[in-house]
Design a protein around this ligand. Structure first.
Ligand code: ADP
Length: 168
């Protein structure tokens, strides 16, 4: 069986880690949005076979940025990071698929674009760590916290997609 039937009713907002219903939070930061890279970035996750289940555009407040990056509050770049993240429109997304948290990070590339491999989003599309265009949850626990922070149940949609051609 495909396993789709079992979860067809309702996948939890935060997904089911370790299954093809795992979910991660991906955000295109204000530089990525203003540089017109939204389509390019979505395209890479789509082509891989992951499923887009939530998407919205919003301008984060400083307080939202501080909450999102709370784990980094002691870092010297924290204030600049929160100013950057709240400096313009952000495209917030929830992506679903087997291994999407870890593989999403692989598609994104290293934090510092100078060290990101060509072929990755940061390796191909940006230069500086302070303007690295995209965020992706770094663990299934942070995915859970971040999806809950940015999305409501009603903002995520279930649909079949072509997943039977993605998984064996
Ligand atoms: P990632 O986004 O790859 O998970 P981190 O969680 O370590 O990386 O950092 C969060 C964000 O903080 C980075 O994506 C980047 O925008 C910013 N950042 C990290 N390190 C620095 C730094 N040394 N100087 C400026 N900004 C930084």
């Amino acid at each position: 069986t495909t396993g789709l039937v079992a979860c067809a009713d309702k996948t939890p907002l935060v997904g089911v880690p370790g299954t093809k219903f795992e979910r991660t939070f991906i955000a295109i930061k204000p530089d990525g949005v203003n540089r017109g890279l939204v389509g390019e970035i979505i395209c890479r996750f789509e082509r891989k076979g992951f499923k887009l289940v939530g998407i919205k555009i919003l301008h984060p407040t400083k307080a939202q940025a501080e909450e999102h990056y709370a784990d980094l509050s002691t870092k010297p770049f924290f204030a600049g990071l929160c100013n950057y993240f709240s400096s313009g429109a952000v495209v917030a997304m929830v992506w679903e698929g087997k291994g999407v948290v870890k593989t999403g990070r692989t598609l994104i590339g290293a934090t510092n674009p100078a060290e990101s491999t060509p072929g990755t989003i940061r390796g191909d599309l940006c230069i500086e760590v302070g303007r690295n265009i995209i965020h992706g949850s770094d663990s299934t626990d942070s995915a859970k916290a971040e999806i809950t922070l940015w999305f409501k149940d009603s903002e995520v949609a279930e649909y079949q997609g072509n997943q039977t051609w993605v998984y064996e």
